[in-house]
Design a protein around this ligand. Sequence first.
Ligand SMILES: [Zn+2]
Length: 210
Amino acid sequence: MIDVHCDETDDIMARFLELLNALVMIEGIGVRTVASHTCSFGSADDAYAFRLMGLLKASGINFISCPTENAYLQGRQDTYPKRRGLTRVKELIEAGINVCFAQDSINDPWYPLGNGNMMNILDNGIHLTQVASYEELETAFDLITYNGAKAMMVEDQYGLEAGKPANFIVLDESSVFEAIRKRVGVLASVRNGDFLFRRREPQYEVPLNI
Ligand SMILES: [Zn+2]
């Protein structure tokens, strides 16, 4: 399996994604390959991007976008308009190409605020890529769950089906939409069937007497 952190620049002429895609297509290993970042693809000319999209679909290559890192690092030479720095996530989804959100940096020099909170990554990602219609939000969790499992080729061990490892977090909400909207906290984390931690639902004291 291959994960290439590729075209992490604002260079509108960058062509390393095209080269990577061609090489893995020749070898027939696109589905085992991830192109991470590909920020410049978000700045590429539309006609070029449209043509390349068909080749990306044909190879089966996967994409990982790192919303907080890309927004933090890219567009630094821009004045205004100032680019967001992310790849074409919405267009990749609409083309049927597997794309997921991730966190690249935890306590490292490239991005100082990473903490591995995937709900925060999702929140940033859907805003910066405008993947936030009601329909898109219904499946937004896929971007930090199933799509990542597909990119890592661990789908046989990932999901809610009986017999699979019990690795999951419990969010303090009953719907995906409200969990995202309310930025809810995590009530529990389970690893291989054992609780890593449990937390009581937050209690609020409201002393106002009006
Ligand atoms: Zn990276």
